[in-house]
Design a protein around this ligand. Structure first.
Ligand code: ADP
Ligand code: MG
Length: 420
């Protein structure tokens, strides 16, 4: 079985431009196969991810439901803290690369208030431009001028409501299907310890880890059955993260699945790594002790969630083009956080990975490429998202160990800020 599809091409989302969305007045951010968004609490990291997630939700549900799930349009429109006034609309523009069809696309939506207040929102513009080896296609809808330009393949004469998007309609057709499928398959993980531990009814079969950590037991079981190499890889990373841990598995309780963990019981005659190398790691071994879900530490449970998200079957098979993880280092011992970074770097060969962090620990890891870092800073109520300045990058190239100290002391400077 082909376990891991390596996809060393460009990341799926190569660039993100946002205007007037939450705390972001404007940003223009290039993304890498692995991107770390680093910034202090409430600087705007989640808001940036939410711009991407909003596009996903608007396409899967509808713009109105994507807004309703976030409260109201008012809470999404950027509010100027000094005037207290909110912008009339927000815009999100994504630049995409498709290695499968050797293509590129840009997709842009602009959402604003309905001046007649009949609807919760209006789709002011929606634009798609797609260029691939096989097809050129584009459409553009501009509600302000009432203009509707469609070129390329014939589009069905879809009657769109003023609060609806065209892509979910035309996404049934080639080549639009490639764009729709990829955008709707992006996943945004914000893992919750209780959800990761919960009992999950296996009569509803699940193959993907839920975005709060639902179905962890089922997905681990699926990995063990169908992708043993990937399951062993998850266990291998976990051994690195948690002392004496041998592996985490699905546990069945009637029709319900949850997790349990195998630990080495500390027999001094057979040291841990010797036992692992000898394959003495299975639940039946007298030196292996099994612990139940409620006995497991938060770090064990959360670490398993992060590693399972990265190595789940759909991600390995290229079915999740972008996988974002909020604060993966939470509850992980600072000395072990570099292992998580290495696991994310590995996974970035089969899915684009974005992680947020407010910890310096992730930044001390040798594996971190300063070029994959994006700094998120809040100044006067406005988030700024930038790459490290050229000067900072140069210093760090000579002294990589400065990175974490810079961050801890708030001395990292992005390009924009230096104004050079
Ligand atoms: N519509 C808005 N206009 C201006 N600021 C906003 C808006 N919505 C949220 N914010 C600000 O965004 C900040 C939180 O950003 P968030 O992305 O959650 O931070 P973090 O970096 O911790 O993930 C809050 O301080 C909040 O005031
Ligand atoms: Mg956050």
């Amino acid at each position: 079985m082909n376990e891991k599809i390596h996809r060393d091409a460009a990341p799926f989302v190569t660039r993100v431009r946002v205007r007037d969305f939450r705390s972001i007045a404007t940003c223009d951010v290039r993304l890498e196969p692995l991107t770390i968004l680093a910034g202090f609490n409430a600087s705007g990291k989640s808001n940036f991810l939410d711009a991407l997630r909003f596009v996903r939700d608007a396409l899967v549900l509808s713009p109105s439901r994507a807004v309703a799930e976030r409260g109201s349009l008012d809470s999404l429109l950027h509010r100027n803290t000094s005037t207290g006034r909110a912008a009339p609309s927000f815009l999100i523009e994504l630049h995409l690369a498709f290695s499968s069809v050797q293509g590129e696309a840009t997709y842009e939506i602009q959402i604003g208030r309905d001046p007649d207040q009949e609807r919760p929102l209006l789709v002011l513009t929606e634009k798609l431009r797609l260029i691939s080896r096989e097809a050129h296609a584009q459409y553009s809808i501009d509600a302000i001028s009432g203009e509707r330009i469609v070129r390329g393949d014939d589009l069905p004469g879809a009657r769109l409501g003023p609060d609806e998007l065209l892509l979910p309609v035309v996404g049934r057709l080639t080549p639009y299907d490639t764009v729709l499928r990829a955008l709707t398959s992006m996943r945004f993980y914000d893992l919750d310890t209780n959800t990761l531990r919960e009992l999950d009814d296996t009569r509803v079969r699940q193959t993907q880890l839920g975005e709060r950590g639902e179905h962890l037991g089922q997905v681990l079981g699926l990995l063990a059955d169908q992708h043993p190499e990937a399951k062993e890889s998850v266990d291998g990373w976990m051994r690195w993260l948690v002392p004496s841990l041998l592996g985490v598995d699905r546990r069945m309780q009637g029709d319900f699945a949850t997790i349990e963990a195998r630990f080495w019981n500390g027999d001094p005659i057979v040291p841990f790594w010797e036992a692992v190398n000898a394959g003495t790691v299975h639940a039946g071994d007298p030196h292996v002790q099994v612990f139940q879900r409620e006995q497991l530490s938060e770090g064990t449970v959360r670490g398993t969630g992060v590693l399972t998200a990265l190595n789940q079957p759909d991600a390995l098979a290229g079915g999740i083009p972008l996988l974002a993880i909020e604060e993966p280092e939470l509850a992980i011992h600072p000395a072990k956080v570099s292992g998580l970074l290495a696991a994310m770097a590995e996974a970035s060969h089969w899915t684009q990975v974005i992680a947020t962090t407010q910890s310096s620990d992730l930044l001390t890891a040798e594996e971190l490429q300063p070029s994959s870092l994006r700094l998120v800073e809040m100044a006067a109520g406005v988030s700024r998202i930038g790459e490290l300045s050229r000067k900072t990058l140069q210093v760090l190239r000579e002294n990589p160990s400065y990175l974490a100290d810079y961050h801890r002391h708030g001395q990292l400077r992005s390009d924009e800020e230096e104004g050079a």
